[in-house]
Design a protein around this ligand. Structure first.
Ligand SMILES: Cc1ncc(COP(=O)(O)O)c(C=O)c1O
Length: 338
């Protein structure tokens, strides 16, 4: 039988992949360029310090710990060949002494995306669905895990993006980490309230952050920038996952109003948006911050609309959660002549 996460057993073991806490940095020149009157802080999860995993190190350190505790020997996951999560999952599995099977949507491309190339370098056993629909991966992960079980192996199946309550627990803890940093900065002078903007794809990152924010008493307003699914669908997924995550952590479950998601898709998932590209250039040229075109650039591009009137408030703190995506950023530059 495939090993599945046991919610009661896990909470919350970590495999110790990420170097934590990640820095929280003031970005005054970026704030000025974006027309933000108050304080703009960057939560540097591009610097989690494990492989090129970015934010995904936080989910993977929970997932890999759970897989190891379950006695699993093979991690099975998937996505598109450009997936940051997939390449990070292979490295995380290696760290835990496990094999990793990746199921990619579509068929082998003539040129490998850097994330695909990294996954192969980390030692992934790559399979293809031969169906360009990203959804084809979901059933393929299950059938691959079942096939490995029949062969006598112990697979641990992880859905696209690591979006499970166990994975999100890593981001519940990240909300607590940010809260401690904000209070340290204020020296007890403020209640540490802030608006936090983060990109949302599969929703596991935002779900954990929302779960953590609710546990903290809602001082942190978590705001998602949906880059993949429509915002309503993203919000539904995040609410469900956030509630499951809170159950796992033994904390108050999020309410519908706790999940606020904006549309940042632009022309669609994986296609750069004008808003995002502008923001990425500004971040790079004012502050040396590297954003990827698929997630973090679109999230920063949407930041001003997300914080709305708070933009003019000099006493307001905004946190932009930089989720990484370094290989995607560099892949984007290779066909950019600006
Ligand atoms: C760089 C980057 N940022 C943000 C996200 C979004 O995270 P989630 O899928 O947990 O919503 C991802 C997901 O792959 C990512 O790779």
């Amino acid at each position: 039988m495939a090993v599945t996460p046991d919610h009661q057993r896990i909470a919350p073991a970590r495999a110790g992949l990420a170097v934590l806490p990640t820095p929280l940095q003031e970005a005054p020149r970026l704030a000025e360029a974006l027309g933000i009157g108050g304080s703009l802080l960057l939560k540097r999860d591009d610097l989690t310090g494990f492989a090129v995993a970015g934010n995904k190190a936080r989910q993977l350190e929970m997932l890999v710990a759970d897989a190891s505790a379950s006695g699993a020997g093979v991690l099975v996951t998937g996505g598109t060949p450009g997936s940051n999560f997939c390449q990070a999952a292979v490295a995380a599995a290696a760290w835990a002494g496990m094999r990793c099977v990746l199921v990619y949507a579509g068929s082998p491309p003539p040129v490998r995306h850097p994330n695909h190339a990294a996954a192969v370098r980390w030692g992934a056993d790559v399979r293809w669905t031969y169906d360009a629909d990203r959804g084809s991966v979901d059933t393929a992960i299950e059938t691959t895990a079942a096939e490995l079980t029949r062969k006598g192996l112990r697979p641990y199946a992880v859905p696209r993006g690591g979006a499970t309550p166990v994975g999100s627990a890593g981001f519940h803890l990240a909300a607590l980490e940010l809260d401690a940093q904000l209070r340290d900065r204020s020296g007890g002078g403020s209640d540490g309230s802030a608006t936090v903007v983060v990109g949302a794809g599969s929703g596991g990152t935002l779900a954990g952050l929302v779960s953590g924010a609710v546990a903290l008493g809602r001082r942190l307003r978590m705001r998602g920038a949906a880059v993949s699914r429509p915002p309503e669908e993203t919000a539904r997924r995040v609410l469900h996952l956030g509630r499951e995550c809170a159950r796992l952590m033994g904390t108050e479950p999020p309410r519908e109003a706790d999940v606020v998601v904006y549309d940042a898709r632009g022309p669609g998932h994986g296609h750069p948006s004008e808003e995002g590209e502008r923001a990425a250039r500004v971040a790079l040229r004012t502050s040396g911050i590297v954003l990827d075109p698929v997630y973090s650039a679109k999230a920063l591009g949407a930041l001003a609309r997300i914080i709305g009137d708070r933009r003019a408030d000099p006493g307001h703190t905004t946190v932009f959660w930089h989720t990484g995506g370094l290989l995607d950023a560099v892949a984007g530059w290779s066909h950019d002549d600006r």
